[in-house]
Design a protein around this ligand. Sequence first.
Ligand code: CA
Length: 637
Amino acid sequence: MKVHQIIFEKIKELLKRYFDMKKQLLFTFLLAIQTILFSQELKIEKAQPPFWWVGMENQKLQLMLYGNEVSLSSPEINYPGVELKEIIRVENPNYLFLDLEISKEAKPGIMNIVIRIGNRLIPPFQYELKERVADSTLHQGFDQSDVVYLLMPDRFSNGDTTNDNQPDMLEKADRDNPNGRHGGDIAGIKTHLGYIRDLGATTIWINPLVENNNPEYSYHGYAITDFYKIDPRFGSNADYSNLVKSAHENGLKVIMDMVFNHASVFNWLVRDLPESNWIHQFPDYTQSNFRASTITDPHASEYDRNRMLEGWFDKHMADLDQRSELLDNFLVQNSIWWIEASGIDGVRIDTQPYSYKELMTGWSNRIFKEYPNLSVVGETWLQKESITAYFQKDAHNADEYNSGIPYVTDFPMNSAINKAFNEKDGWTEGLARLYYVLAQDFLYDNAENTFVFADNHDLTRFYTSIDKDFRKWKMGMAFLMTTRGVPMLYYGTEILMTGYEHEGHGFIRKDFPGGWPGDEMDAFTSAGRTMEQNEAFDYLQRLLQWRKNTPVVYEGKLKQFVPEDEVYVYFRYDEDECVMVILNNSDNQIKALETGRFKECLDGYNYAVNVETGENINYLDVLTLPPKSVVILELKK
Ligand code: CA
C-alpha cells in the first residue's frame, strides 16, 4: 500500500469514528480529501503532438494531454504569443484537449503548462515550440518525372541486428515465420539508398514505420499502436528524419505511408478511448464489405454504404470514426507533425475510400494550405476507372465531391497489365485491356496523376503472375515506364522476385536477398545476382536512366492506336520529339509491322534509335518484331 493510501485509510477511519454527520456530507468531504491526495499522483504521461512549431500557416493547435484523471485539472499557459482558447473535457477523465492559438509573434521555446487542481499546483508540464526549418529541399513533391520504389521495411534489409528485439515490444523477431518480424529496419534502408538511386528510381515509398506493438503479424505496419512514434524495431524518430535527409542527399524523395481508416486494437488510444465515438463499435465483430462502389453508387443502400465505412478492415484493426471532430483533428495534426518534423516529400494515404470522404477533403485542404508543394497519392483499390477517378482532385463528379487529393492509384491498369500479356488477343482481351483502360482517361481530371504499377505489397508478384516469362516482364516494365502516370516498382521486381498472394502475404513480402548479414546471395550487387537477375536489373536500369533523360516520355502527349493482329502501338510526343512504343503479344510469331496507319505520328521522322539496343533503324515503313516483345523507338528527324 502506498503512503498516501495509508494516510487516506487512516483519515477515513478517524472520520468515521469522530464525526457524526449525515452520510451525504461525509461522502462529499471524503471525495474532496481524495482529490487532494490523489492529485499528487497526476502526471502527464503523454502530450500529443509531442511538440509543435511557431510560424505555421494555421495558428491553431489542439494539444491532447493524457494522464490519470487529468480532466480534474485546469491548465494555464502564460507564454508570450500563445493563448489558451478552450479546455475541452471528454467522456474519459484521462484526457484533456487544449485549444491553443499560436500567433505570429510567438517565439520558439519551452512553454510551461501550469496544471492546477483546486488550489493545488503540480509541477508545470513543459511543451516545446520549435522553429520551422526553412529548406527548399524539403517537401519537394513527386510527379510523372519520378519513378517510385515501394519497399516493406521489415523485409528489405536488416542494417542493425541489435534492434530486432525490444523489451517493450510484444512480437520478437522470427525470420522463419513468413508472417513474423524479420528484423529489417531504417538502418538497412539507409545503407541501400545508393542501390535504389543507381537502379534509377527517384522516390521511395516505405510501408508504415510507426509503432505496431501487436503480439503477432505486426511487421507490415498498418496496425498502428502509436501514431507519433517510429517502431523501435525500425529505429527512432530521429533515425527516420535522418533517413529522409540521407535520401535527399542521394537525390531521392520520400513518401510516407499514413493510415486514417483504422488503428490497432492494441493502440493506447483504442484501449483507453477518449470518447466512445472515436471508433465504430458493434455488438459482434462486423467487417467492412470492402465495396467502395457504395460510395459512388447513386442507388446504394444505406446498409451497404454504412457497412463499407463503419465495418472493420480486420479483427485486429479498430475502425476509426473520423466524424469525431477531436479524432479528425488528431489525425490531421499527426500528418502535419510528421511532414514538418521529417521533411518528407509526399504522402500515401492507405485505404482512402474507407474513410469519410468529406473528412479526407478537409484533411487535404489543411495539408496543402501548409505544404503547397507536397504530393499526395491515395490508395484507391477499386475495380473501375470511373470509381477511381471519383476520388481524384477536381474530378468531374455529378455530386460535386472533390477529394482534393491529386494522385490516385490505377488498379484497373494494374489488373490490365497482369492479364494483357498472358491472354490471347481478342476484342477486349490481351493488349486491348491496356488500350481500353487508357481510352477511359476522359474520366480523370488529370490522367497523368495516376500511379501505375505491376504489383505491390498486397498483390501477387508480377513475375509470378506472368509465369516467370522474362519476355512478358520486359513488356510490362517497358509499358509502365512509357505509358501515362507515375510508375511505381515494388522492391524485388528488378531482380524477378516471385510470390503468390493467395499463399499468404508473407510470400509476396519475402526478404530481399542480401539484406541480412550472412545471406547466401547478395542481390544488391551485380556479383551477387544470377545472370537472369542481372539481365532484368540492367534492362530496368537502362530504361529508367533513359526515361529520366527523355522528358517527352512522361511530359509528352500520349496517342494510341487500336491493337491489331496482336500488336499495340502508341506514341509519346510533343512538337519536337516523339517516342514510339510497340508491343507484340504473339507467343510465337515474328511480326512484320507495316507502319502506314501511324502516318500521323511518323510524318517528318526519317529514322529511329532502338532504346534498348542503341541501334539505328533507317527504314521505318516495315518494322520487324520478335514474338512477345517490346520495342521502344526514339524517332529522329
Ligand atoms: Ca533490425
